[in-house]
Design a protein around this ligand. Structure first.
Ligand code: ADP
Length: 612
């Protein structure tokens, strides 16, 4: 046996291969580079990032999209600290993630070793399992156990700490033969709902005057779209998708209450919650957003979830959606909600018409600088011309405060798992990592083979990023370029966090001009402008104004467009959609508006005597 075939790094890579892992997201350094190289030699793809944070986010999204743990490999110490962001994100969103990290040699611990950190102690409270294999022959078992823990039950993170002496150690050739392999694990065994409970819940649903089905991203993760679509078709129950639950049932379905959300929440009397938590995204199920008399039926794989906030353990079902939904359907037998004569459905339809007309008007109103609504409508119409939503060939990634909020309803999706956003933790900075994961999940044949319902042959990944959110991981554009990922990124650029600050933007422009053009109007007093060290009065929400983010794509071998008008945006969207390299379209939109938030200093008119 060749020495490398008995090394710790080989055994680690072999365990991953045996578990069916086809891609690892991460960043290498000493000593984990050996693991990455062994993995590549065994046919596993390694995607090297520019920051562990983005690699961690990518692995979590990959887990969500494929329904199997995403794997992330990082160095110890600072690498683990950066990857903590991905750990927290996976935990909050209940996505499966296996994190592997190097660590200092066992005998050097507490001596101030290279990148020393007690990562097991650090991560134990934030993971489902944190382990360190005690010896080379324990490697396959430790990795298999961690992989299974992250996946089975409610998904989350598992962590394997790999000391340098384990990675670089070598088993005696004879012993190496005897080290057992990790097993290729089947998908988690599904659990069914209790039959007496199903009977009672079906009764409750039948008695409802204003029933509502809430569809969360747990339903998308469970790949339960076939069962849930059938439930909606056969019962005519109105439904409301959560932001990432969109597409489990097509957005175009007539029973979709998304554009009448407030009305749905205020009037629903029995709410069937399929794979969603009654957390902030659903206003905790509480009044005043919700009808105070509403009864909630939670269906969740995690027993500890039922009864949370307004949830009622008496009317909830623990089990896998793919089993429980057909069970419930069977209990409801041929019952159908009378949607035609329902006052609730009439109220939903009226609210929907009103809200959609208002949104359509905003979208159609020409604007200069571009409004968010007009910019998104332009992108949408161009994309729909090139790829109709029914094809499900576009995946949307969206983040940034206004950008995410406003674009959520602007881009309908007809298929599940086509929309990723900041999620349960409202994590800004996930966008480019998520886009890379989506490209990998949908466009690499190995990953797509794991999906229950086959995706169309190829998908275009479209990331719609606020300029602030983009900045968290902008360098990952280079990662996309290196791996030839033709992601289309829009940077919706209002020069700030939230709505930015148009006053400081104007001042910024004046000062830039003065600096670049000392003999122009701003430099008339004859003083050397650089000696004045001009400082704009920046607010905490200010970012650089009209920063040329598109040049980052150009610098890495991609395409970049800087646009201000709807015509320029439409042309750039079309070119970006067709390109086979990463593209950044830098869209200058209105600054100082576009958000619901008003800060204290604006309300008080503290600046220049005016608010916004
Ligand atoms: P959203 O953000 O869309 O509201 P959440 O992430 O809050 O959704 O909730 C998803 C829920 O789905 C979690 O409570 C998780 O335990 C649950 N879940 C995940 N997989 C399954 C499954 N196969 N069957 C039932 N529930 C599931």
């Amino acid at each position: 046996m060749a020495p490398e075939a008995s090394s710790g790094s080989y055994l680690i890579a072999r365990a991953l291969r045996d578990l069916g892992v086809t891609v690892i997201f991460g960043i290498v350094g000493i000593p984990v580079v050996d693991i990455a190289e062994q993995a590549i030699n065994l046919g596993i793809r390694f995607i090297g990032f520019r920051n562990e944070q983005a690699a961690g986010y990518a692995a979590t999204a990959y887990g969500y999209l494929t329904g199997k743990p995403g794997v992330c490999l990082v160095v110890g110490g600072p690498g683990v600290l950066h990857a903590m962001a991905g750990v927290g994100n996976a935990h909050a969103n209940a996505f499966p993630l296996l994190l592997l990290a190097g660590s200092s040699e066992t005998h050097l611990v507490h001596k101030g070793a290279f990148q020393e950190l007690d990562a097991v102690a650090l991560l134990a409270p934030h993971t489902k399992l944190a382990v360190r294999p005690p010896s080379l022959d324990a490697i396959p078992q430790s990795i298999e156990t961690a992989y299974r823990s992250s996946w089975y039950g409610r998904p989350g993170t598992a962590f394997v700490d790999l000391p340098a002496d384990i990675i670089q150690g070598t088993a005696a050739a004879d012993d190496a033969h005897d080290i057992p392999h990790a097993r290729l694990l089947p998908a988690p065994p599904p659990s069914a709902g209790d039959s007496a409970r199903l009977f009672a819940v079906a009764e409750l649903l039948r008695s409802a005057k204003a029933p509502l089905v809430v569809i969360g991203k747990g339903a998308a993760y469970a790949q339960a779209e076939v069962e849930i679509r059938e439930l909606i078709e056969r019962t005519s129950l109105p439904f409301l998708p959560s932001p990432m639950g969109k597409g489990v049932v097509p957005d175009s379905h007539p029973l979709n209450a998304a554009s009448a959300r407030s009305t749905a929440l205020q009037h629903a009397d029995v709410v069937l919650v399929l794979g969603a938590r009654l957390n902030w995204i659903l206003h905790f199920g509480e009044a005043p957003k919700w009808n105070p008399a509403a009864r909630f039926i939670q269906v969740d794989i995690a027993v500890e979830e039922v009864g949370r906030n307004r949830g009622d353990p008496e009317t909830s079902i623990v089990g896998d959606l793919r089993i429980v939904v057909p069970q419930l359907q069977q209990q409801l037998s041929n019952w159908r909600y009378n949607a035609t004569d329902s006052a609730f459905v009439k109220a939903l339809t009226a609210a929907r018409r009103k809200n959609e007309a208002k949104a359509a008007q905003a979208a159609a109103t020409p604007s200069q600088p571009l409004s968010y609504a007009h910019a998104f409508a332009t992108i949408k119409h161009t994309l729909h011309k090139l790829s109709p939503p029914a094809d499900g060939a576009v995946v949307y990634v969206s983040e940034g405060a206004n950008t995410m909020d406003i674009s959520r309803s602007a881009f309908p999706v007809e298929h599940p798992r086509l929309r990723l956003d900041a999620g349960t933790s409202a994590t800004m900075g996930v966008g480019l990592g998520y886009a890379i994961a989506a490209h990998e999940a949908y466009n690499s044949p190995a990953a797509a083979a794991g999906l229950r319902t086959a995706p169309p042959s190829r998908k275009k990944i479209v990331a719609i990023e606020g300029d602030s959110a983009f900045g968290f991981s902008a360098m990952e554009i280079e990662t996309m370029a290196r791996y030839r990922m033709d992601v289309l990124v829009f940077v919706v650029n209002n020069g700030g966090v939230y709505h930015g600050d148009s006053d400081s933007a104007e001042e910024w422009v004046r000062l830039q001009e003065a600096t670049l053009n000392p003999h122009g109007a701003a430099g008339k007093d004859g003083a050397d402008p650089s000696s004045r060290q001009p400082q704009p009065h920046l607010r905490s929400t200010s970012l650089g104004y009209e920063v040329r983010y598109e040049k980052l794509a150009q610098a890495c071998g991609g395409l970049g467009f800087f646009v201000r008008t709807a015509e320029e945006l439409a042309a750039a969207t079309e070119a970006g959609f067709k390109a086979r390299v990463p593209v950044v379209v830098n869209v200058v939109v209105e600054s100082g508006r576009g958000g619901k938030l008003e800060f204290g200093w604006q309300a008080a008119g503290a600046k220049k005597g005016k608010g916004k």
